[in-house]
Design a protein around this ligand. Structure first.
Ligand code: C2E
Ligand code: MG
Ligand code: MG
Length: 686
C-alpha cells in the first residue's frame, strides 16, 4: 500500500469499503489463477515443471520482484518491479496459466523476503493474475492459441503485443490505484493521473523488453539470464535518481518530508480543496524544552529523541496526511482534508498525547511536551506561506500561554491585514538582502572613549526608504521568518566585527535579540558557529536582551541565556526601566551590563524626582556589580546628568546617531587611537 509517511502495513479494517475491495479483488484474482491452472490440467503443468526454461524465468522473475524501479514522485509503494519483462514474456509465450503461476510464486517469495503482511502479498498475486489475464485475453481474442504451442510474435504480432501491454498496464494501474485512493481518501482520477507519464515510461521500457525476452526464450534458454545485466543497470540508475530525489525532499535525520515537499503537497491539497470546497489544515508543532535534552545528554541522544518523535507523529495521523520536519524541533502536519476546526484540534490533541507518553532513552525517561498551532484553509489563509505563518502565530500563542494547542485567531495576531503585504515584502527583503545593519558607538562618560558599538538593523525598502526596526521586527517575531532574520543579522554583523578587530578597532559589538529568538534552542549553536567561522573571540560579541523579555519569558529563555553566556559572550539587559523588572530577579543570570532606557534619561532631565529614582536604580546596579549604560543621550546635559548618576557609558545622538558600516568606521577612526580601545573623543558630534 502506498502511504506518504511510509510507516504502516496494517490491513484495512474489516467491513470498510477498502476491506471489501481488498477481499473481492484478492478472491477474483485467486479464482482466476486456480481456474486457469485447472484448465491447463495437472499433466501439462507437470510438463512445464520439467522445462528448464520455466525455472530460469522463475529465477529472473523472483530477482526482478526484489528489485523494483520506484517511480520518482511516488512515495511509498514498491514501484514497477524489474520482473515485468520476464513475467510478461511468459504471458506472450505460454499464456496466463504459466505466467500467473510463476508470478504468484515470485510474489510470495518476494513478500516473505521483504516482510510484507500476508494480505498485501495476496493482493499482489491477485492483481498480477487479473492484469495478466486481461492481457492474455486481448491476445486470445485476435490470435487464439494454446499453451503447448509457444507464441513468438513477429510483424503485426508485435502490434498485438503492444495492445496486450497496454491492457496489462491499464488494468494493473486501476486495480492498484483504486486501493490507494480508498486508503488515502483521495479522488481516484487524481491518484490515477499522479506521475502518470513517468509510470507509463517505466512500464513502457520494461514491457518493450518482453518481445526480446521471448525471442531469447525461443532461441536458447541460456540467453535469458543475459537480460540481467541491462536490467541491473537500469535498476541502479533509476534507484540512484530516486534516492537523490528522496534526499531533496526529505529530512535526513528523521526521514520525514522536508519543507520543500510540504510546500508541494500543501499546494496540491489547496488546489484540490478549492475545487471540492473543502478545508485544509496545517499544524505547526514545536517541542517544549527540547534543548534541555540536547544539552544534558548530547546531540546523539537529542537526534534519537527527534527520530522517536517523528515515528510517533507519523503513527498518529491518517493515511494521506503528511508529517514534515521544518528544522530543529519544529514539525508540521498537513491535513489535506479536514472537516472543521474541532477535527483539527482533535488531531493536534492526538499528536500531543502520542508525544506525552514517556520516552526511554539511555535508561532515562523523558516527558516531552509540544505546543501546536493550527491554521485552516480557507478560514485563515489562502496560500501556503500565510497558512504556515498563521499556524506559527497560533503555535507561538500556545507556547506563550502554555495552552498546548491554539487555533489561529486574528485578534491574537499582532499582524493586521494591512501589514500582510509588508510581510510578503519582508520575505522578499530577506531573500534579496535588503536588511542592513547600522551601528551606534557607545562612549565612556568619564574619558569619552568608545567602549562598545551596538548593531541596529534597518530595512532599505525599495520605495519607502530606510525603515526602523519597530516597523518590521515585531512582524518577524511573529513569523517563521525569525530564523532567517537572526541568521541575516548575525551573518552581517560578525564579518563586520572581524573586519574592525582586524583593523585594530577592538571593541565589543552588541547584537539585539528578541524574545522569539531567545526561545529558539538552536541559537547558542548558531552564535558559536558564527564566532568560529569568523575566528572571533567571544569577548568581541555582546548580546542585548530587552527587559520586557526578561519579565515575560524569564523561565523559558533562561537555558538559552545560560548557554550563550557559557560561550563567553557578554550579556546586557536592554531597555531597563520600560517593564516592571526588578534587578533582584536577575538571580543567577550572567548579565554584566544594564542599559538604562531612554525614557529614564528623559525623566532625569525633567524632574528631581526622576533624578532620584534613576539615581538609586543605578546605585543598586553598582552594588550588584553591574555596569550601567545610558541610552538616548541627546545633549551634553544628558551626558553629564547620567555620568553624575553613576552611568559609566552612554549612546545617543549627542555622540552620533546609528550609521551605516562605512560611515561608522570613518567615525571610529576619526575618534583616533586606532589599535587600542582608547579612542579619545575629539570635537563635538551631534
Ligand atoms: P534598543 O536596543 O534599545 O536600541 C536603541 C534605540 O535607540 C535604537 O533605535 C537607536 O536608534 C535609538 N537611539 C539612538 N540614539 C538615540 C537618541 O539620541 N535618542 C533616542 N530617543 N533614541 C536614540 P532603533 O535602531 O530604532 O531600534 C529600536 C529597537 O529595535 C532596539 O532598541 C532593539 O530593541 C530593536 N532592534 C534593533 N536592531 C535589532 C536587531 O538586529 N534584532 C532585534 N531582534 N531587535 C533589534
Ligand atoms: Mg539594544
Ligand atoms: Mg534599549
Amino acid at each position: 500500500m502506498k502511504d506518504p509517511n511510509n510507516t504502516r502495513d496494517v490491513g484495512p479494517r474489516v467491513g470498510t469499503p477498502l476491506w471489501l475491495y481488498f477481499v473481492s479483488t484478492t478472491a477474483a484474482g485467486c479464482v482466476l489463477l486456480v481456474v486457469s491452472l485447472v484448465w491447463l490440467g495437472a499433466e501439462r503443468l507437470q510438463a512445464f515443471g520439467a522445462e528448464p526454461l520455466v525455472w530460469v524465468l522463475l529465477c529472473m522473475v523472483v530477482i526482478g520482484e526484489l528489485r523494483p524501479i520506484a517511480a520518482q514522485h511516488v512515495t511509498g509503494g514498491d514501484g514497477t518491479p524489474t520482473s515485468l519483462p520476464f513475467a510478461f514474456a511468459l504471458v506472450i509465450y505460454y499464456g496466463l496459466p504459466v505466467a500467473g503461476l510463476v508470478q504468484a510464486v515470485a510474489s510470495l517469495v518476494a513478500g516473505v523476503a521483504r516482510g510484507h503482511a500476508p494480505h498485501r502479498t495476496a493482493f499482489n498475486v491477485a492483481q498480477y493474475t487479473l492484469s495478466f489475464g486481461v492481457a492474455d485475453a486481448a491476445v486470445q481474442l485476435v490470435y487464439p492459441r494454446t499453451p503447448q504451442v509457444p507464441w513468438v510474435p513477429e510483424g503485426v504480432g508485435l502490434l498485438l503485443v503492444a495492445l496486450a501491454g497496454a491492457a496489462y498496464f491499464a488494468t494493473n494501474l486501476v486495480l492498484v490505484e483504486c486501493a490507494v485512493a480508498m486508503h488515502e481518501r483521495a479522488p481516484l482520477h487524481k491518484v490515477l493521473m499522479k506521475d502518470i507519464s513517468q509510470r507509463l515510461f517505466v512500464a513502457g521500457v520494461l514491457l518493450s523488453l518482453s518481445p526480446l525476452v521471448v525471442v531469447a526464450m525461443a532461441h536458447s534458454v541460456w540467453l535469458v539470464p543475459l537480460f540481467f545485466f541491462p536490467l541491473a543497470a537500469l535498476h541502479s540508475s533509476a534507484s540512484l535518481s530516486v534516492k537523490r530525489e528522496h534526499q531533496a525532499n526529505h529530512d535526513e535525520l528523521t526521514g520525514l518530508a522536508n519543507r520543500k515537499l510540504l510546500i508541494l503537497r500543501t499546494q496540491e491539497a489547496l488546489s484540490e480543496a478549492q475545487v471540492r470546497k473543502q478545508r485544509v489544515g496545517l499544524l505547526l508543532l514545536d517541542l517544549d524544552r527540547f534543548k534541555e535534552v540536547n544539552d544534558t545528554l548530547g546531540h546523539p541522544t537529542g537526534d534519537r529523541l527527534l527520530q522517536t518523535v517523528a515515528h510517533r507523529l507519523t503513527h498518529s495521523v491518517r493515511p494521506g496526511d503528511l508529517v514534515a520536519r521544518l528544522g530543529g524541533d519544529e514539525f508540521a502536519v498537513l491535513l489535506p482534508q479536514i472537516r472543521d476546526a474541532a477535527s483539527a484540534r482533535e488531531v493536534a490533541a492526538r499528536l500531543r498525547v502520542a508525544l506525552a507518553e514517556p520516552m526511554r532513552l539511555d535508561g532515562m525517561d523523558f516527558d516531552l511536551e509540544a505546543s501546536v498551532g493550527i491554521a485552516l484553509y480557507p478560514n485563515h489563509a489562502p496560500d501556503f506561506e500565510l497558512l504556515l505563518q498563521r499556524a506559527d502565530v497560533a503555535m507561538y500563542v500556545a507556547k506563550e500561554r502554555r495552552t498546548g494547542v491554539e487555533l489561529y485567531a486574528p485578534h491574537k495576531d499582532r499582524n493586521s491585514t494591512a501589514r500582510l503585504s509588508l510581510f510578503s515584502e519582508l520575505r522578499r527583503a530577506l531573500i534579496e538582502n535588503e536588511l542592513e545593519m547600522f551601528y551606534q558607538p557607545i562612549v565612556g562618560l568619564a574619558d569619552h572613549r568608545v567602549v562598545a558599538v551596538e548593531a541596529l538593523v534597518r530595512w532599505r525598502h525599495r520605495s519607502r526608504g530606510i525603515l526602523p526596526p519597530e516597523e518590521f521586527v515585531p512582524m518577524v517575531e511573529q513569523s517563521y521568518l525569525m530564523r532567517s532574520f537572526t541568521h541575516e543579522v548575525i551573518e552581517q554583523t560578525l564579518p563586520q566585527i572581524a573586519r574592525w578587530w582586524g583593523e585594530g578597532i577592538r571593541v565589543p559589538v552588541a547584537i539585539n535579540l528578541s524574545a522569539r529568538e531567545l526561545l529558539d534552542p538552536t541559537l547558542p549553536e548558531i552564535v558559536a558557529a558564527g564566532l568560529r567561522r569568523h575566528r572571533l573571540e567571544p569577548g568581541a560579541l555582546r548580546l542585548e536582551i530587552s527587559e520586557r523579555v526578561m519579565v515575560s519569558e524569564a523561565e523559558s529563555i533562561a537555558p538559552t541565556i545560560l548557554a550563550l553566556s557559557d560561550l563567553g559572550v557578554s550579556l546586557a539587559l536592554d531597555d531597563f526601566g520600560t517593564g516592571y523588572f526588578t534587578l533582584a530577579r536577575l538571580g543567577g543570570l550572567p548579565v554584566e551590563e544594564i542599559k538604562v532606557d531612554e525614557s529614564f534619561v528623559r525623566r532625569v532631565a525633567e524632574s528631581p524626582d526622576g533624578r532620584m529614582i534613576v539615581g538609586s536604580a543605578v546605585d543598586l546596579m553598582g552594588t550588584l556589580g553591574l555596569r550601567a549604560t545610558a541610552e538616548g543621550v541627546e545633549s551634553a546635559a544628558d551626558a553629564e546628568n547620567m555620568r553624575s548618576l553613576g552611568c559609566y557609558a552612554a549612546q545617543g545622538r549627542y555622540f552620533t546617531p546609528p550609521l551605516d558600516a562605512g560611515a561608522v568606521t570613518g567615525w571610529l577612526l576619526e575618534q583616533g587611537g586606532l589599535g587600542t580601545q582608547s579612542t579619545e573623543r575629539t570635537g563635538s558630534t551631534g
